[in-house]
Design a protein around this ligand. Structure first.
Ligand code: GDP
Ligand code: MG
Length: 348
């Protein structure tokens, strides 16, 4: 990570304008040249290894990234993206597992992106959760990927939308994105998802605390999980009260986030949750909000890529004669830094 922000390798965003550097054309890991159209075709046929390879390419910001993005684009826009966020331990992974089962029962193809370093999902396999996910092992209608490997939020913010595109193009009907609700990540998952589920559990931070954390603001559906435990009714009451205090949901015609109780560990309430998610999806379509969210999402992605490209070009400018000359003008009082910056931007 650079002081300016997430480190997006310059070759990922700016291959068209940069001369080939010391990096080998095969990529930083010295891999064989990538046959992108073949990979995309195989991923669309449901070949898990091709999906994995494509996600790795976008995650590692491979030089093939641009070609991958272009090849995927015509096949994207189908998957509905469901984000799950909440404090560690509330049951996000368990709920994700239960939702996978529910959607598979409905015959849908499901992708899972676990953007949570503590998640039991890893590399398409499950580490700590084998029993519950056993029924999905070897099921080619499910693709599970942990995004924890990059380790820092900036990298995940960059890689996650790209990984989503891969799963979308690979024919997933539903993509579940699990993000641990700390810091900025719940806001990021909300910006990625069509429908955001905020999970709470009795005794694990009540509704008011959640509101303080701003987490309710991003909720399309509130899930009180571990409803088998004492305090679930109180948690629901707290949430209702907090929601009644208003916020964005007060606007007429706005979606009012329903509160659902689940026992993810046993599957209780999961079918009702699936119905609620479907209801939200209908509202997204009828209100136009669904399209608006996707447009905002795309705009943010473009912005992030453009800013990274600009940074890469600034890197080339740093220490250049043109910048030195502008600096001398500012030192001499012949120019001011704003005018000089305009000049510099004009030269990029
Ligand atoms: N009693 C009870 N325990 C649950 C329920 N759902 C999950 N758990 C347990 O809570 C712990 C944390 O669950 P996990 O899904 O890993 O939470 P995450 O950190 O939010 O992903 C695990 O031990 C689960 O077995 C539930 O509905 N009831
Ligand atoms: Mg988890």
């Amino acid at each position: 990570m650079t002081p300016e922000g997430p480190a997006i390798p310059a070759d990922a965003v700016d291959t068209a304008v940069r001369a080939p550097g010391p990096v080998s054309p095969q990529g930083r890991r010295g891999r064989r040249a990538v046959d992108v159209p073949d990979l995309v075709a195989r991923a669309r046929d449901g070949e898990a290894r091709a999906v994995a390879r494509l996600i790795s390419l976008v995650e590692d910001a491979s030089p093939a990234l641009r070609e991958v993005a272009a090849a995927l684009a015509p096949h994207t826009g189908h998957a509905r993206v469901i984000g799950l966020t909440g404090a560690p331990g509330v049951g996000k992974s368990t709920t994700t597992t239960a939702l996978v089962r529910a959607y598979r029962t409905r015959g849908l193809r499901v992708g899972v992106l676990a953007v949570d370093p503590s998640s039991p999902f890893s590399g398409g396999a499950l580490l700590g959760d084998r029993v519950r996910m056993q029924d999905h092992a070897g099921d080619d209608g499910v693709y599970i990927r942990s995004m924890a490997s990059r380790g820092h939020l900036g990298g995940l913010a960059w890689a996650t939308p790209q990984a989503l595109r891969v799963l979308d193009a690979a024919g997933c009907d539903v993509v579940l994105v699990e993000t641990v609700g700390v810091g900025q990540s719940e806001l990021e998952v909300a910006s990625l998802a069509d429908t955001t589920l905020v999970l709470l559990a009795p005794g694990m931070g009540d509704g008011i605390q959640a509101a303080k954390a701003g987490i309710l603001e991003v909720a399309d559906v509130l899930v009180v999980n571990k409803a088998d435990r004492d305090g679930a009714d109180q948690a629901v009451r707290d949430l209702r009260y907090t929601l009644s205090l208003g916020g964005r949901h007060d606007l007429t015609g706005a979606w009012r986030p329903p509160i659902r109780r689940t026992v993810a560990a046993t599957g209780t309430g999961i079918d009702a949750l699936v119905d609620t998610i479907a209801g939200h999806r209908e509202w997204l379509a009828s209100s136009g909000e669904g399209h608006r969210r996707r447009a905002v999402r795309a705009a943010r992605e473009i912005e992030a890529i453009a800013v990274a490209a600009l940074r890469a070009r600034m890197g080339d400018v740093r220490g250049s004669a043109a910048l030195d000359a502008l600096a001398e003008q500012v030192v001499a009082g012949e120019s001011d830094p704003f005018r000089a910056a305009d000049t510099l931007l004009g030269q990029l």
